[in-house]
Design a protein around this ligand. Structure first.
Ligand code: GCB
Length: 599
């Protein structure tokens, strides 16, 4: 699916701004057929939850309505007009005027619809969307709906981050010519120093496109013709971590026909033995699991925060992040492409484990993979979430690996039957990128049932926090034993995709115990000592980049505080220690980057 871009033949009208907003119970039978009251307006993009003070909005379970009017430019006559939502969390049903035009399930991927027949250039159109935040065993992520004794719907979720909802990403109208480019897929390769860009173009009327590859200065490198082909690039400038280079693939449908420009990075990714290779060179991941999360706007996309987060990642020496636990706004990947930051791209399949609490505190266990919990319907939704992720992100050079689930019950019976077809699907949709899942501590190297289906072992471990709390000596032993166990039993690279401790910014102690800034430093130092001793470890992504909001509960104090930065992006003490480690690693790999003088 192509991201909307203005080109010679395409125009965009952003629909971001203030929309009319109502809860389902506040409106009549057919809200799309009337004008919603204007006494409450909601900003787009933003999650609606934290903006208003009314508790019934913050913790609303069910449908809310967004509506606005849009002037369709008079100059758009004869064009194809598309309405596009970059996301609607977790499902959306959109109307133009009185007509239902599109429905979509899955809160973190885009959807769009041709509305040419529903609008008149030069006139005003009313756009309404119903957004439902409910999660069930048939959604990704899954959740459980219960009705409380007071008759209110309650949403139980199986992950700790707050269930923010609404239109958290941009909404746009855009145009294309009637005969248009529907999609472009590129795959790149480098053989004996010669770059290759293999392309496929899907066009609405089967027209044959002309294709040009241009360098960053706009100079023509090579060209081709037809709906698929390979362009050879002698002496290619590769897309490298920390040193991105992007060509432009310009696709045109005949003289004056539709035109689209796709940025392309030439690079290869492979797993060989216990190494992760980018451009045939061993790559070591440094960085974070993140969240789309900030004060007031919740998961609302914000370019200011995006650029600032990349600045902080650059400052600290991070070369990568994981889009834990859902696909982020596409702007994140576009910026990562430009900045040479490596991305592990994750679906929203978080919480496929109904026994995590029992694993930690004991208690009865039930079967996760069963008709009552994660069923065939869950898997169907999961398959769709993989399709949509790859469909959207397949062309981003920054994306080096698909992560199809976070912490599923991978040691439980039924896990293999559940996952095998999903891994196959991922590989069919994209044979070029490695595939992984983030493994949870209850599934160890000797009882995990699915890891051999995947290319890289990604581990989330909390020795020293949830286990061996406060006892870093015991934690160090347990961590090393586990890593060596994985390395000995599986000939695959290991990335630690989560390790971290809740840390209250400003809490200092001469006796470094849990929650203090000193403990966070000691904890990470201990993990890093162990990583440096185990060759199979090819990456460290700390949980989390920043503190983030969670559902209220006894395990969290105003959110998850495992951030290296606070929620408003101030560094905790550990940030400098990390910077020293990661900058030294960058400098060791790349003589162009000296170690900064202030560390
Ligand atoms: C995990 C989850 C992550 C949580 C984290 C924690 O294992 O993958 O979503 O936020 O632990 O802090 O408990």
């Amino acid at each position: 699916m192509l991201t909307p871009r203005t080109t010679r033949t395409r125009d965009i009208r952003p629909l971001d701004g203030l929309w009319r907003f109502a809860l389902d119970g506040e409106v009549g039978e057919r809200p799309w057929a009337t004008r919603l009251p204007i006494d409450r307006l909601v900003p787009v993009p933003a999650s609606y939850n934290d903006i208003f003070l009314a508790p019934e909005i913050r913790s609303h379970v069910g449908v809310v309505w967004y509506q606005r009017d849009v002037h369709v430019p008079a100059t758009w006559g004869g064009q194809r007009i598309v309405l596009r939502f970059d996301s609607a969390t977790h499902s959306g049903t959109a109307y133009v005027g009185d007509e239902l035009v599109v429905q979509h399930h899955g809160g973190f991927t885009p959807f769009e619809v041709d509305i040419t027949e529903h609008v008149m250039p030069g006139e005003v159109a009313r756009v309404t969307i119903a957004i439902d935040n409910r999660l069930t065993s048939e959604t990704i992520p899954p959740g459980v709906l219960v009705t409380g004794k007071d008759g209110r719907d309650q949403q139980l979720i199986r992950h700790d981050f707050f269930n923010y909802a609404g239109l958290a990403r941009s909404v746009r109208l855009y145009t294309t010519p009637v005969d248009h480019i529907r999609d472009i897929t590129v795959r790149t390769d480098v053989v004996d120093g010669l770059g290759a860009v293999h392309y496929e173009v899907d066009t609405s009327a089967g027209s044959e496109p002309a294709v040009e590859l241009r360098d960053e200065d706009g100079r023509l490198v090579t060209s081709g013709h037809g709906t698929s082909g390979s362009l050879s690039v002698p002496d290619p400038k590769l897309w490298e971590p920390g040193n991105a280079y992007l060509y432009d693939l310009v696709v045109r449908l005949g003289e004056g026909g539709d035109e689209y420009t796709l940025p392309v990075g030439i690079r290869t990714v492979a797993v060989r033995g216990q190494q992760f290779l980018i451009n045939d060179k061993p790559f070591y991941f440094t960085g974070f699991g993140k969240h789309e999360d900030s004060d007031i706007r919740g998961k609302g996309h914000d370019d200011t925060l995006l650029v600032h987060d990349f600045e902080l990642m650059g400052w600290i020496g991070a070369n990568s992040f994981r889009t834990s636990h859902y696909p982020y706004a596409e702007e994140w990947l576009e910026y990562a492409d430009r900045r040479g930051i490596v991305v592990i791209d994750e679906t929203a399949a978080v919480g496929l484990n109904i026994n995590i609490a029992a694993g930690l505190v004991g208690g009865a266990t039930q079967r996760t993979f069963s008709p009552e919990a994660m069923s065939d319907a869950t898997r169907a939704a999961h398959a769709e979430s993989i399709r949509e992720l790859i469909q959207r992100d397949k062309n981003h050079p920054s994306v080096v690996m698909w992560c199809i689930a976070n912490e599923p019950a991978s040691s439980e019976e039924g896990a293999r039957e559940y996952f095998e077809p999903l891994v196959e699907l991922t590989r069919t949709l994209d044979p070029t990128r490695p595939v992984t899942f983030a493994n949870q501590g209850a599934a160890r190297f000797d009882n995990d049932r699915i890891v051999d289906l995947f290319d890289v072992v990604c581990l989330n471990r909390y020795f020293g926090w949830y286990e061996h709390t406060g006892d870093l000596a015991a934690a160090e032993g347990a961590l090393e034993e586990e890593l060596r166990g994985w390395a000995a039993t599986h000939d695959k690279p290991i990335v630690m995709t989560e390790y971290g401790v809740d840390t209250l910014a400003g809490l200092h102690s001469a006796h470094p115990g849990p929650w203090s800034e000193e403990y966070q430093i000691d904890f990470l130092e201990m993990y890093h000592r162990v990583f440096d001793r185990v060759d199979a470890v090819v990456g460290e992504q700390i949980w989390n980049f920043a503190d983030f909001q969670t559902t209220s509960g006894v395990f969290r104090v105003d959110g998850n505080k495992k951030g290296v930065f606070t929620r408003n992006r101030r560094p905790k003490s550990v940030a400098r220690a990390l910077r020293a480690r990661w900058m030294a690693m960058v400098a060791a790999l790349d003589e162009r980057t000296p170690i900064p003088s202030d560390i």
